[in-house]
Design a protein around this ligand. Structure first.
Ligand code: GAR
Length: 206
């Protein structure tokens, strides 16, 4: 059976599309995106997933407490028998319940070199701080914001002429690249978590 991935989004869904492209092209072998879930009814990524023939739907979060909402998400993911969850522009913190249901099986991508600039508008935060390099991070998700063990990072230079939008676009290209690599590593089991450190095993020779 193919390895089943669930993707959580809140908006545009370009990281989801990059993962879907990688699955389709065999860069993430023997896997499928089993479901795409959005907490926002208007997320463009839902329509993009459906257009690719991938099951996708919104589960609106308004009016629900964090854990009550996460119980709906976990049930939907369990129903599709996913073994790995990729947050891809999913703009919600998750509850301890969610994390414990999928311990070390939830990844997130964030558009900065964590622990710098967690939270919203990380690219704007980087510009305003005046850093010369920023980037993106794929990390395991725990119940704290953008704080779980770091799997992969990529460095992106900041140019004097950057606006938040220009910088975000430059970072996004690296996000799409390292998210695929991160999913491969996790599905291959080529890593160990020791405390906060994620140690990577060399690629297997086939
Ligand atoms: C991406 O840049 C992602 O790193 C960021 O939102 C964007 C979503 O784009 N996520 C966060 O800031 C999470 N804290 P996408 O919907 O096109 O993938």
């Amino acid at each position: 059976m193919k390895r089943r991935i669930g993707v959580l989004i809140s908006g545009r869904g370009s990281n989801f599309e990059a993962l879907a492209d990688s699955v389709a092209a065999g860069r993430i072998p023997n896997a499928e995106i089993a479901v795409v879930l959005s907490n926002r009814a208007d997320a463009p990524g839902v329509a993009k997933a459906k257009a690719r023939g991938i099951e996708a739907r919104a589960i609106p979060s308004s009016g629900l407490e964090r854990e009550a909402y996460d119980r709906l998400i976990v049930a939907a993911l369990r129903q599709k028998q996913v073994e790995l969850i990729c947050m891809a522009g999913y703009m919600r913190m998750v509850s301890a319940y969610f994390v414990s249901e999928f311990r070390n099986r939830i990844l997130n991508i964030h558009p900065s070199l964590l622990p710098a600039f967690p939270g919203l508008e990380a690219q704007r935060q980087a510009l305003e701080h005046g850093v010369k390099f920023t980037g993106c991070t794929v990390h395991f998700v725990d119940e704290r914001l953008d704080a779980g063990p770091i799997l992969l990072q990529a460095i992106v230079p900041v140019e004097d002429s950057d606006t938040p939008e220009i910088l975000a676009a430059r970072i996004l290209r690296e996000e799409h690249r390292i998210y695929t690599e991160a999913v491969r590593i996790v599905l291959d089991g080529r890593y160990r978590i020791e405390g906060r450190r994620v140690l990577l095993d060399p690629p297997q020779k086939h």
